[in-house]
Design a protein around this ligand. Structure first.
Ligand SMILES: [Zn+2]
Length: 280
């Protein structure tokens, strides 16, 4: 594997793989760190920050939901202000130019679409919209942001450490005084339209991803340590089908043993070079 991980040797092999076309991408948090959105795990694989709120905790009661929304509201400006980096832009060019047949992302930041990959499949949903657990209505997060700002006039961005799911650490008194907004149609509980830890990805979305992976000739993993099964299963499925898996990630991943090509390189720089080599 030494030769595969070296800059000089890995990139030409990746160029050859993509030159054949029909490559599906599975991207993760490592692709968005250059946009200022932190990853839960660093290259050492050790978890940073606190553990994210689980679906079960969110459903369990009003105090947990107040904590979630208070933190999310405080971290909102950073997420809403995040812009695609050169990695997202290179992926968009490679998708438009032909080498990439599909883009599936585990990220909820919307940056693939913002970069121009309009048909990127958001496996874990998106932070730019909200779903009602009562009537299932989906509405723009911007609409809720305005309502939360009105309901919490004294609330200021008091957080310090932004987490990948778009929230921050907040003092308890600020959390306790936060006013949560309910669905304007039915009064139901609002939840960001993202898949929480402990929650299943909607079945039709999983099936779509399997179809995109089946139609592809190879799978390219970008910036994910593949710690969660919801993404890892597509890598295992591809490898089991006898198709090549390539991984570009800082640090080890759970699928390194399955990869035909493994590059431990910075995402933005690597993808920009890849697109340039392929004339995208
Ligand atoms: Zn509702």
């Amino acid at each position: 594997m030494d030769g595969m991980t070296a800059h000089e040797d890995g990139l030409p092999a990746l160029v050859r793989l993509l030159a054949g076309g029909g490559v599906a991408v599975l991207s993760g948090a490592g692709l968005s760190t250059e946009s200022g959105i932190p990853d839960y795990r660093g290259p050492d694989g050790i978890r940073r920050h606190r553990a994210p709120m689980t679906y079960q905790e969110f459903l369990a009661g009003e105090p947990a939901r107040r904590r979630y929304w208070a933190r999310s509201h405080a971290g909102r400006a950073v997420i809403a202000g995040a812009r695609p980096n050169v990695g997202h832009l290179a992926v968009a060019r490679l998708r438009a130019a032909g080498p990439l047949s599909a883009v599936i992302t585990q990220n909820v930041d919307g940056l693939h679409r913002a970069a121009g990959t309009a048909d990127a499949v958001e496996l874990h949903g998106g932070l730019d919209r909200v779903i009602c657990l009562g009537c299932a209505a989906v509405s723009p997060r911007a609409e809720l942001d305005e309502r939360l700002a009105v309901l919490n006039p004294a609330f200021r961005d008091a957080g310090s450490r932004l987490n990948p799911d778009g929230d921050v650490e907040l003092p308890e008194d600020l959390v306790a005084s936060f006013v949560v907004a309910d669905c304007t149609r039915c009064g139901g509980v609002l939840k960001p339209d993202v898949v929480f830890f402990g929650e299943s990805v909607p079945k039709d979305r999983v099936e779509l991803c399997y179809r995109l992976v089946d139609e592809a000739r190879a799978l390219l993993v970008l910036g994910s340590s593949l710690t969660v099964m919801s993404g890892l299963r597509f890598v295992r499925h591809t490898a089991k089908s006898g198709k090549p898996v390539a991984i570009v990630n800082r640090g080890t991943t759970r699928a390194d043993a399955l990869a035909a090509l493994r590059l431990d390189r910075p995402l933005g720089e690597t993808l920009t070079a890849l697109a340039a080599h392929l004339g995208a």
